[in-house]
Design a protein. Structure first.
Ligand SMILES: [Zn+2]
Length: 466
């Protein structure tokens, strides 16, 4: 089948060196970070200038400490305690405030030689990482006073504090739907990322979150994935050996959609248990609140691929329960970082509703949604609903909108309410749609990017066999 190349650059690359993909170049959240600590870094690599721990403040360190009015190097006792706040040189070569979350000894080094796992207080939790002592500006060390206050605080106060912190670090909306106890438990258990990087196909990707890989993988900071069967290995040579004998060139299961270079595969978790589990381990690295289902039998996985002459390369997926009491039509959704901001998230959401329409059911995503997931859903609902309202001259009810779109009535109501398009008159919700207002909201929601071409979807709803 002839396929026009979508991205020439991707198709012509044949070398085996993975493209490095780090969230630093993509994450919108960083751009929004406050610059108050942005003392210009020296032109050379600032991290190399400091050889760790000595009190001799270098010029930039002095300037920093002086400006911030902090106590000098005397405050820094090594190793640093968990909870310490200090400035840390990040990959942009600038100093940013961090809090030490965890520390660990460096094997075969001196008794006080530790690495530190830090949270950048201006950034999203997904950028937490292990750093070397040389990256920390010890002249800026502060013991964490409010940590002690937090410990004694009531759980309610703790929740507010946590929520505020999370909101400051760019709306992790999913957290709001967890209660205080499960949020704390979650953060304690997952505070340290276990795998820092993965290699997947042509990409090396920095991970975002903890994922519960089997214990034997926890001492490796990088894992190597076969991009087709998603088996993972600790060493590059193991992957190379695997690739010589792995005969998959696309996800297992049925190709249910093909349009241009895009294909969607439906994978039954019962028939492809190992693949389903591997996919869950991989996805958890990029989803904060995914509940990992070892029992993947109950799910279908819809894996979206960009295809070329080397095979079908996964760009993202969503999972769906085979039978949902709560009319969930999507459990987890992920676009892999190298493929984000290309409209694939919107495509996956639209696809999940196309499946619901074929089933003749309304659907809704399982909660909590991730921060990125919620943003994508809000955009999708807004575009779909307002497009219809614009075209419909006569009155239309929420029920009718729901029948046309397979969007659950609750989601329609909350979307229209958030846009201030609903009034309550004589005991009824009435949609008030001034065309100018609709246009303004539609513009703000952005365009939908990749469309699902329904004529290319060849699919029958799942039926239990035997
Ligand atoms: Zn494989």
């Amino acid at each position: 089948m002839a396929r026009a190349p979508r991205t020439a650059a991707i198709r012509t690359r044949t070398d085996t060196q993975p493209l490095r993909f780090s969230p630093a170049v993509q994450m919108g959240s960083i751009e929004g970070a406050k610059a108050e600590n942005g003392v210009a870094a020296p032109a050379c690599n600032g991290g190399d200038q400091r050889n760790g721990g000595g009190g001799g403040a270098l010029p930039d360190g002095e300037a920093e400490a002086g400006r911030r009015g902090k106590v000098g190097a005397a405050a820094a006792v090594l190793p640093l305690e968990v909870g310490t706040r200090v400035m840390c040189r990040w990959r942009d070569q600038k100093l940013h405030p961090v809090k030490v979350i965890e520390r660990r000894k460096i094997p075969n080094a001196g008794p006080n030689d530790y690495e530190y796992y830090v949270h950048y207080t201006e950034f999203n939790r997904r950028l937490d990482e292990w750093v070397k002592l040389e990256q920390l500006d010890l002249d800026t060390v502060e013991a964490d006073i409010d940590e002690k206050v937090e410990d004694k605080a009531t759980s309610l106060k703790m929740t507010r504090h946590q929520k505020r912190k999370i909101d400051e670090t760019h709306v992790e909306k999913g957290h709001e739907e967890l209660d205080a106890a499960s949020l704390r438990e979650h953060e304690e258990f997952t505070k340290v990322k276990n795998i820092a990087k993965i290699e997947l196909g042509r990409y090396e990707i920095d991970t975002w979150y903890f994922s519960p890989f089997p214990p034997e993988y926890n001492d490796s900071s990088k894992l190597y994935f076969c991009e087709f069967c998603l088996n993972f290995m600790k060493r590059k040579e193991q992957l190379q050996r695997h690739m010589r004998k792995c005969d998959l060139k696309h996800p297992p299961g049925d190709e249910i959609y093909r349009s241009g270079t895009l294909s969607m595969f439906e994978v039954d978790g019962k028939k492809n248990k190992v693949y389903g589990q591997n996919l869950c381990y991989l996805a958890k690295l990029f989803l904060d609140h995914k509940t990992l289902y070892y029992d993947v039998d109950l799910f279908l996985f819809y894996v979206l691929c960009e295809c070329d002459d080397r095979g079908c390369h996964m760009v993202g997926y969503f999972s769906k329960e085979k039978h949902s009491e709560e009319s969930y039509n999507l459990a987890c959704i992920l676009t892999l970082p190298p493929y984000q901001r290309k409209g694939y998230g919107k495509f996956l959401i639209a696809f999940s509703y196309e499946l619901s329409k074929k089933e003749g059911k309304v659907g809704t995503p399982e909660r909590p949604l991730s921060d990125l997931g919620l943003l994508s859903y809000r955009g999708y609902w807004t575009r779909v609903l307002l497009d219809i309202l614009k075209k419909h001259k006569s009155n239309i009810s929420i029920k009718e909108l729901s029948d046309m779109t397979a969007i659950k009535a609750d989601d329609i109501l909350s979307t229209l309410q958030s846009l201030d398009l609903i009034q309550y008159r004589k005991g009824q919700h009435v949609i008030c749609a001034d065309p100018k207002v609709l246009d303004r909201h539609l513009k703000a929601a952005g365009r939908g990017g990749l469309e699902v071409d329904v004529s290319k979807l060849i699919w029958t709803p799942y039926k239990e066999q035997g």
